[in-house]
Design a protein around this ligand. Sequence first.
Ligand code: C2E
Ligand code: CA
Ligand code: CA
Ligand code: CA
Length: 281
Amino acid sequence: AKMLGKARFVVFTPNLRTEAISRLDLEAQLQHAIERDELFLNYQPIYSLSSNDLVGFEALLRWNNPGRGVLLPADFISIAEESDLIVKIGEWVLLEACRQLKQWQKNYPDREELCININISGRHFIHPDFIHCLETTTTVTGLKPKYIHLEITETVLVENREKARIVFTTLNNMGYEIQIDDFGTGYSSLGYLLNFHVDMIKIDKSFIQSIGKGENGDHLVKTIVNMAQELGIDIIAEGIETERQLKDLKSMACKYGQGYLLSYPLASSGIDDLLQSGKKR
Ligand code: C2E
Ligand code: CA
Ligand code: CA
Ligand code: CA
């Protein structure tokens, strides 16, 4: 046992050290990513599953790191969330995404009802400046709150009950739509969400991808969709990758969908092409 302990010590220390250094390194670079103009957004279309109409986009953050190339949120969001750096980044995302949607609404007046979905970190949601940040964003961009859909995870509502409830209610009264992201992966229930005025739930892609791989997956998704319908909550299915998944979700009368089958996340120029073409899905 002693030998094993020693061996472990030798093997693991350098790795942990390297990882810690690389995280510190990334954090230091991330501090300057905004002023160096290295952040950008991709936009993934969201469709109505009944009409195939485009209804909006989810803004997804990317970081063009000079040494490492384009990084995905999995590479850097958790680092940002360790400090208020996530607040700075979140403010940038809000402004950029809302500016972009406003521009699309102007350029394509017949598409004025398109909405933008924005991921909000829990730390940002309960930050004292968050509501003010949203007010500034809508003032500066001229985008109405009703076009802004804020995606938060159920964990945010469970872990910060009192604070989250106040922010939630305030934003709702101001006209923002709040959606529950990654539903099913946290530890809340639909019943718990009744404590809030939840407009929309996004069923996590892990559940969507279980459709067609044995009966339990289908059954679980169907149960969530049915219960939500009874509670008057709409559903977005995320991570739709196969025709089978799409067909089953349509037959469950799931209202909205998003996923690689319908469209990959696109650069803003790709969305321009899509809007010009006037294509449905
Ligand atoms: P999420 O909110 O669950 O976003 C959906 C993720 O699934 C995105 O990954 C998207 O590219 C990916 N995706 C979309 N369709 C499919 C599909 O059909 N199959 C599969 N396998 N994946 C699909 P991405 O862009 O890497 O983002 C990962 C996570 O990072 C997001 O998960 C979200 O939690 C977070 N994130 C992204 N942008 C932001 C942001 O601006 N702020 C914050 N705080 N978090 C963000
Ligand atoms: Ca999301
Ligand atoms: Ca999600
Ligand atoms: Ca997710």
